[in-house]
Structure formats: C-alpha cells, structure tokens
Write a protein that binds this ligand. Structure first.
Ligand code: HEC
Length: 190
C-alpha cells in the first residue's frame, strides 16, 4: 500500500461528494505497469492468434499432432489399398510430402495445377487407366512406357509413391464418378 503522504503533500482534488474529498495523487507505479502491461499483452495475443493467425489454437495443435501420429501409423505399414490411400489423402503430413514429390518429379508433364500437358489432366474425373487409388498406384508402378509415362515406384520407392498418390487424391472426393477417357492428346509447350 502507498503510505499516506506528509501533510505538506496533501493537496486535494477540487470536487467533493457528500463532503468526502480525495487526495490528488498519482496512481502507484505497480498499478500503471499492470494496466498498460495487460493492454499490451492483449494486443500481442490477439494479433498472434486472431488477426494474423500465426499461432495454433489448442484444438489445432491437437489435430496436427494426431495427423503426425496417424502419418507414422500409416507409414509403418504402407499398404496401398483403396482405404489406406484415401486415409493418406486426408492426412496433411502425407499430402504435403506428396506435393513436394509432385513438384520435382511430375510437374513437368502433368502441369503445376495438375491440369495436364504432355501427360493427362489429373484433377478431372476422366481417367485412362482407372481412377481408384489402387489404379493410380498401379499406373505409377508400371508406367505407360509406350505413351511416355515412366514407371515411378521402382525409381522413387513405395513410400514416396503412396505420398504422391495421396496428393493426387487430395484433389478428389471418395465416391465421385469416374469416367473413362480413351486417350490423352498431349498439349505440347509452344
Ligand atoms: C515424362 C512425362 C511424365 C512424367 C514426368 C510423369 N508422367 Fe504421368 N503420365 C505421362 C503420360 C504421357 C501419361 C498418359 C499415359 C497414356 O496415355 O496412357 C501419364 C499418365 C499418368 C497417370 C494416369 C492418368 C490416367 O488418366 O489414367 C497418372 C496417375 C500419372 N501419370 C501420374 C504421374 C505421377 C504421380 C508422376 C510423378 C511421380 C508422373 N505421372 C510423372 C507422362 C508423365
């Protein structure tokens, strides 16, 4: 508590309520520090979590962790059946890894938006070799050598192949109609 000042410092404020008057004194420093400190804290906190959304909220942190755990579980037994590949396509960790592989290995022929080029469009519902996850994986495994699609699984390995299939599937919805395309006419760069 701030001690009562000596009589010579006891200047009074000009108002009086029911005959009660106040000393005219500065608020104590600890009080000012608390007030402005909490205002500053509020601004930094709000900017971090709400305005710029740099910080993850508690539930987002949990979701991220669960994705990592799920990714580790899927990677420990990399099965390439339809259900596992769909599950991988919903896992952020897998999809990001697949995106990186796509950017280095597939983009030159299939386009930066998967829109097609030398190789077919991979975001539409038309598929030459089948649109189920296992079909995509099989195309990657064997390639279509006569048409210029290399066999990738032997080159990049099963894990990276599963990741890149997960990345392709992340552009599709499970159960969407699959249409058969007879052939792809390459769009050659001008
Ligand atoms: C050198 C060019 C080239 C590269 C690189 C390439 N592809 Fe292809 N891809 C093709 C061509 C050409 C076809 C079409 C084959 C056909 O006409 O039967 C194709 C077909 C496919 C298909 C089947 C599409 C369908 O409609 O059935 C998938 C899936 C695919 N590629 C995925 C990939 C992935 C994933 C990568 C990267 C790991 C990749 N491709 C890299 C040229 C390429």
């Amino acid at each position: 508590m701030t001690p009562i000042p000596p009589p010579e410092d006891q200047s009074l404020r000009h108002h009086s309520f029911d005959g009660i008057q106040e000393f005219d004194r500065r608020l104590p420093n600890w009080w000012m520090v608390l007030l402005f400190g909490s205002i500053l804290f509020w601004m930094v906190y709000w900017a971090y979590f709400e305005w710029f959304r740099v910080g993850l909220t508690g539930s987002q942190t949990v979701e991220r962790e669960m994705e990592h755990i799920e990714a580790a579980r899927l990677a420990s037994a990399p099965t390439t059946d339809n259900a596992s590949l769909w599950a991988m396509s919903r896992n952020h960790v897998f999809v990001e890894a697949g995106r990186a592989t796509y950017a280095t290995t597939c983009v030159s022929c299939h386009g930066d938006k998967l829109q097609g080029g030398i190789g077919p469009n991979l975001v539409d519902r038309l598929w030459i070799h089948g649109g189920n996850p296992t079909d995509l994986y099989a195309t990657l495994d064997k390639g279509v050598l006569a048409k210029g699609m290399p066999a990738w699984v032997p080159v990049i390995g099963a894990k990276k192949s599963a990741e890149v299939v997960a990345f392709l599937l992340s552009h599709h919805a499970e159960g969407e109609p699959i249409e058969v395309q007879a052939a792809w006419i390459p769009i050659l760069p001008k």
